[in-house]
Design a protein around this ligand. Structure first.
Ligand SMILES: Cc1ncc(COP(=O)(O)O)c(C=O)c1O
Length: 403
């Protein structure tokens, strides 16, 4: 047994003994990453088609992000938000200059950004629009595990056992704006929606759907909140997912990839909406600290390099056509391919996505199943076409072996 294997056994035993049992982990222990590759404790290498969960957009050991972290680490890790820090200010400017937003609030995770967005919508309703406190959210959505975000999440399996949830959320079908028209009234202050549902199975709406939501929200003085925690920041082949749909929100949440793998969240909003928050209304001890925002500045600079986002679009079209070809070869196994930029969902008729993910791992690929029958591919945005060819060929072999 190699020394690393001994460590891994210990790691697995310690994890199972001491960590709360909330994840169905794969039997894999990773020790290192480089580019789009991960290495396990036995030295086996894997091509990553997960990126954490859409976190590691530049893969592993990215030198620009690493240098920014090391440089900031030696200067200042933390200081309270009662004081100014340059990395935070620069990051806020970058996010606003490249989006619809005028103002940003920084926090530490996706769920926390959703909590803050809900609070902002409610206080805007109290102070400005004089609307009620209710929020319309989508069935099949995912917004996080804290109580507000959990309630906004339209999947009963995540609610079970935690009731009563937060008051004031109504659920409508994704991609069916008419359902909102039917219930709309003064009691609602906002609509929260993922431009593409990630955890819900990589669901891509009709191209006019988000615009219709914007119309409904504007006509009724409600705020439109886009949760781009999973699909923002280059993932869909545009800087932000909403840019695929020719529409802007009033509030947007970001997290996962923003700080190159360090924990961060952000709420972006227009000036009109953001001005509802005043000192004392919302806060976060660690939110937007110098270390994470220095990393995020480096991440944003990489993402904004000329031609990079276009390369994501190009590779996105490539993976989509490869997956559609695979579907043609296996019409009885693959029910649907849903893909935009570098987020793809392969929906099977009967096969369990987790079983396919385990087989892919045996053959050296890391993927994440989402719904029971949907396998999600979210490779680092630096993935190469030959690596895309390789996973599709491997999927073909796996599907053949199931016939
Ligand atoms: C759309 C969306 N919102 C919110 C979250 C929650 O983010 P976090 O796990 O950082 O709290 C997720 C996580 O997968 C997500 O996909």
């Amino acid at each position: 047994m190699t020394q690393n294997a001994a460590i891994a056994m210990n790691t697995k035993e310690l994890t199972d003994k001491y960590i709360m049992n909330t994840y169905s982990r794969f039997d894999l222990t990773f020790v290192r990453g480089e580019g789009v590759r991960l290495f396990d404790d036995k030295g086996k290498s894997y091509v990553d088609f997960a990126s954490g969960i859409a976190v590691n957009n530049f893969g592993y050991n990215n030198q620009a992000v690493n240098s920014a972290i090391i440089n900031q680490l030696n200067k200042l890790i933390h200081v309270s938000n009662y004081f100014y820090t340059e990395p935070q200010a620069l990051l806020a400017e970058k996010l606003c200059k490249h989006s619809f937003a005028d103002k940003v609030f920084f926090c530490e995770s996706g769920a926390e950004s959703v909590e803050g967005a809900i609070k902002l919508a409610r206080i805007y309703a109290k102070k400005v629009s004089k609307k009620g406190y209710k929020i319309i959210t989508m069935k099949n959505s995912f917004h996080g595990r804290t109580f507000g975000a959990l309630t906004a999440t339209g999947q009963e399996k995540y609610h079970a056992g935690f009731e009563p949830l937060l008051d004031g959320f109504d659920y409508v079908s994704y991609d069916k704006p008419d359902e909102i028209e039917k219930i709309i009234g003064n009691e609602y202050c906002g609509i929260i929606v993922e431009p593409i549902q990630g955890e819900g199975g990589v669901n891509i709406p009709d191209k006019d759907y988000l615009k219709k939501l914007k119309d409904i929200a504007s006509k009724n003085d409600m705020l439109l909140i886009f949760d781009e925690v999973q699909v923002g920041l280059g993932r869909t082949g545009k800087l932000f997912a909403y840019m695929n749909f020719d529409v802007t929100p009033d509030i947007m949440t970001l997290a996962k990839p923003l700080a190159g793998g360090l924990p961060i969240g952000a709420i972006l909003a227009t000036e009109r909406v953001a001005s509802a928050f005043e000192p004392g209304n919302h806060a976060s001890t660690f939110g937007g600290g110098p270390l994470v925002t220095a990393a995020a500045n480096a991440f944003m600079d990489e993402l904004l390099k000329k031609g990079f986002i276009e390369s994501v679009q190009d590779k996105g079209l490539y993976i989509k056509s490869g997956l559609l070809e695979l579907k043609n070869k296996f019409p009885d196994e693959i029910k649907a391919i849903r893909s935009l930029g570098l987020i793809s969902g392969i929906e099977f008729f009967d096969l369990k996505a987790r079983d396919i993910a385990v087989k892919l791992a045996e053959k050296g690929f890391v993927t994440t199943p989402v719904q029971e029958k949907v396998l999600r591919l979210t490779p680092p945005l630096i993935i190469e076409k030959n690596e895309i060819d390789h996973i599709i060929k491997t999927l073909e072999e796996i599907l053949k072996s199931t016939l």
